[in-house]
Design a protein around this ligand. Structure first.
Ligand SMILES: Nc1ncnc2c1ncn2[C@@H]1O[C@H](COP(=O)(O)OP(=O)(O)OP(=O)(O)O)[C@@H](O)[C@H]1O
Length: 777
């Protein structure tokens, strides 16, 4: 071999890096230029947050010659986002002709597990001994904590039963007990545990906080006791939850030598979707990113206008906003406003909506003045408008030309006319653009169900992928568990309510006061002739329950699941899943098991997550197949995009909607316990974590906290609309039927229904987009 042959081809790395850098658009370049210190990147939808981060990551790895023992940590919020960004970074490293190491991508929880399990002695976390608790199991555990709490604290329970007023009537007392045990207290426990634990508050700290509040029901005290019971149960059953992983990691990193080790191994941390962080997550990343010179090598990228999880999870965009403001003071904040996803008219419509909503927020139309305690609630959006990219942008086909006008606004008479118009438009579009992608985004799952059903009845030619229906398959074991628990213990109010909820979920009975039915199971199931005649919905619920009990008496246990599946009107794929479940259980349980033992096996299966994987392998790419209409919720659509996006039911009662207290819990007052507790905890945490004094809420009464919750919820609904609108690339089709159901469990009862206010504003601003593209007007 000659010397020239053995010499590897020389690599002009600076040149390759320059080429990669050129792929960044101007706003993304601040990320590509980053060398050290904190950087906040606030970016509009479609601006290429993850694309920019993946290029910046590869450039950093090249510049700093990172390797597995001194690496870049990239943190995202979902496993699919982690896989996606990992793929992009590997591609970029390949372009730079570098080995594909020097970085690791994980979700925040898997990172926390990694840290905690590497130091089991300090973290006391050992996954060989302990089990991670799944959602279903968690709910059950919380229910049993509630039962314990009721037995241990009658002096706090009684005032809840009494509520605002109580005449001592026995039936009403039983009804209130049922709703407290199965809904109010489990919801309170869930909220307090999640909010407090993810902010690093212990049960004792929550209790101490409760003592500072004027709180007639002692809501935070009750929450603290439930949280305490929950922690005891986790410990005694060797279980851990996701927050424990983060707490354990933080605990480990308090040891100076371990902290040094991790900080030496970590050159920097890049975080995506930073608007969804919780306080502890932020703390963990901050520690890992610290450098010996006292700076944090930390890039946090997010979009405060896409924060859509903060009213039902502990995610709270306030922290990312604060990080942006702090970084802005040191000229370490950047915004990416250019986005190549959508046609210019759609960008304009999204910006118009954002501005219009913020202006309305500042000047409420209603004659009532803003509530004094919540007048500081920030508007829903940061004013961060989307801009089209420059002509020389690296993205191929950026800001594509619109199709069918780009924006269509429809005001059909009712929801069946909505379906017709939508189907007609889509048929025409797919004829002309068979390779295009399309989605219908709905606010509520039952809207998707209605639509999928109607389209499959009348428009067979459309290829439809209904995401929630596919995912319902994974809910089948839980439905079966609920029904079997009922036939096992028909006199338990809780088991009866569980079965009735399955019927409501499957739309076999209309939503009704289930607590009243479940408060006296015997009377509900076997009324005497002296009872007053019951309305048809109660009779129907009773017939279904009695059919299950009859089956329990007459059928062998091996046939129960199949019978229940038929009772629930399962479709073919659901029936197949139920059969598979039955087979699996029979394999595990052999012949002569009692129903109780059979149930134990099913319970283990439901809580172990292992059955879910059988039928659900949907990935993001299945949601965006060419020539197919995907139906999914607006929440699930985050991070995705389609050529044609349809938002068919834009009514004011859902967007922005209003917080609502169900009639059956109004005996406690005009608020819910969990929202008051969330407000009390958040207000404390916001003030605790504020670097400088800043205007904040000053809620004191239940009403104050309820108003705060209502405002935060409305703001989030508007952001959800914005996320949905910004998924469209070439056509955005919006509609609000003049008549629609108030609740989507009963689609036959339609009534005049006001459109969502921003929809009306769009109609006024874009009159030429009204009722376009539909020929049969
Ligand atoms: N610099 C770039 N060069 C080429 N294409 C780009 C660039 N930046 C972004 N894109 C493309 O723009 C599209 C949107 O990017 P990406 O999904 O990363 O946006 P995003 O900001 O995460 O969007 P959203 O927040 O709305 O979900 C992708 O198809 C991506 O390939």
């Amino acid at each position: 071999m000659t010397s020239t042959q053995s010499k590897p081809p020389s690599v002009d790395r600076p040149q390759l890096m320059q080429t990669l850098y050129q792929q960044l658009r101007p706003g993304q370049r601040d990320m590509g230029d980053w060398q050290k210190g904190p950087l906040a990147v606030s970016a509009v939808p479609g601006s290429g947050k993850s694309t920019g981060m993946a290029i910046a990551a590869a450039l950093t790895i090249a510049r700093q010659r990172l390797h597995p023992r001194h690496q870049l940590l990239i943190v995202t919020f979902t496993r699919s986002a982690a896989a996606n960004i990992q793929g992009k970074i590997r591609q970029n490293l390949e372009l730079l002709k570098l080995p594909k190491w020097g970085f690791s991508v994980s979700t925040i929880h898997s990172l926390a597990f990694k840290i905690a399990s590497r130091h089991p002695q300090q973290s006391h976390l050992d996954l060989n001994q302990q089990t991670l608790i799944e959602d279903n199991h968690n709910q059950r555990l919380i229910r049993s904590c509630v039962e314990d709490w009721i037995n241990q604290h009658p002096h706090l329970y009684q005032p809840l039963i009494a509520g605002l007023d109580f005449d001592g009537e026995e039936g009403e007392q039983l009804r209130r007990q049922s709703v407290l045990r199965t809904e109010v207290l489990p919801n309170l426990a869930q909220t307090v545990i999640q909010e407090a634990k993810s902010s690093g508050l212990s049960p004792d700290q929550v209790r101490a906080l409760g003592q500072q509040q004027s709180d007639p029901y002692a809501i935070l005290d009750i929450g603290a006791q439930l949280y305490d019971l929950y922690q005891q149960r986790l410990r005694s059953q060797q279980l851990i939850d996701y927050n424990d992983a983060i707490l354990a990691a933080l605990n480990v990193l308090q040891d100076p030598s371990i902290r040094d080790l991790w900080q030496q191994e970590t050159f920097a941390v890049f975080e995506d979707e930073a608007q969804d962080s919780s306080p502890l997550q932020q703390q963990l990343l901050n520690i890992l990113a610290q450098t010996p010179d006292g700076l944090a090598n930390l890039i946090r990228v997010g979009d405060p206008n896409q924060a859509i999880n903060s009213t039902f999870t502990p995610a709270d965009p306030i922290y990312f906003r604060r990080f942006c403001h702090q970084c802005a003071q040191q000229q370490r904040q950047t915004t990416i406003q250019q986005a190549g996803r959508s046609s210019p008219i759609l960008i304009e419509a999204a910006n118009f909506t954002l501005n219009w909503i913020n202006q309305q927020w500042a000047q409420p139309q209603s004659p009532t003045p803003p509530h004094p305690a919540t007048s500081q609630t920030p508007p829903p959006f940061e004013v961060q408008l989307i801009e089209a990219v420059a002509a020389d942008d690296p993205q191929a086909n950026a800001n594509p030309a619109p199709i069918a006008g780009g924006l269509q606004l429809h005001r059909p008479f009712d929801i069946s006319e909505t379906v017709d118009r939508l189907a007609q438009t889509l048929t025409d579009l797919f004829q002309e653009h068979p390779q295009a992608t399309a989605a219908v985004l709905v606010r509520q799952k039952n809207q998707g169900q209605f639509l999928a059903h109607e389209l499959s009845q009348t428009h067979h030619h459309l290829d439809i992928y209904h995401v929630e229906a596919e995912q319902r398959l994974s809910g089948i074991p839980l439905e079966m568990l609920n029904l079997l628990q009922f036939v096992h213990r028909p006199h338990s109010g809780e088991a009866l309510k569980g079965a009735l909820e399955v019927f409501v979920g499957r739309q076999l009975i209309p939503r009704q006061d289930l607590d009243r039915l479940a408060s006296q199971p015997e009377r509900f199931l076997y009324p005497t002739i002296l009872e007053a005649p019951q309305p048809p919905e109660v009779k129907r619920a009773r017939r279904l329950c009695r059919a299950l009990l009859q089956a329990r008496l007459e059928l062998p246990q091996t046939h129960l699941i199949s019978f229940f599946a038929l009772t629930l009107d399962y479709q073919a794929s659901e029936l197949a899943t139920a059969d598979k479940l039955n087979e699996r259980l029979l394999q595990q349980t052999q012949d002569h098991l009692s129903l109780g033992e059979f149930l134990d096996h099913l319970f283990n299966l439901v809580t172990s997550e292992s059955f879910d994987r059988i039928d659900t392998d949907a990935s993001d790419s299945q949601y965006t197949q060419p020539g197919r209409l995907t139906i999914l919720t607006m929440h699930k659509a985050k991070g995705l995009d389609w050529d044609f996006v349809f938002l068919p039911f834009l009514h004011e009662n859902l967007i922005p909607g209003s917080l609502y207290v169900k009639p059956q819990i109004q005996f406690l007052g005009d608020f819910t316990l969990e929202e008051v507790a969330r407000g009390q905890l958040r207000q404390h945490i916001w003030n605790r974590d504020a670097a400088n004094p800043e205007p904040s809420q000053n809620c004191q009464t239940y009403d104050d906290y309820w108003q705060l919750a209502a405002q935060l919820k409305q703001a989030e609904e508007y952001r959800l609309l914005y996320v949905a609108m910004t998924r469209a690339k070439r056509l955005l089709w919006l509609s609000a039927a003049k008549e629609a159901p108030f609740t989507w469990n009963k689609t036959e009862n339609q009534q005049p229904m006001p459109a969502s206010p921003p929809f009306n504003a769009l109609c006024k601003y874009y009159p030429e987009a009204m009722n376009t593209g539909y020929t049969n007007l």
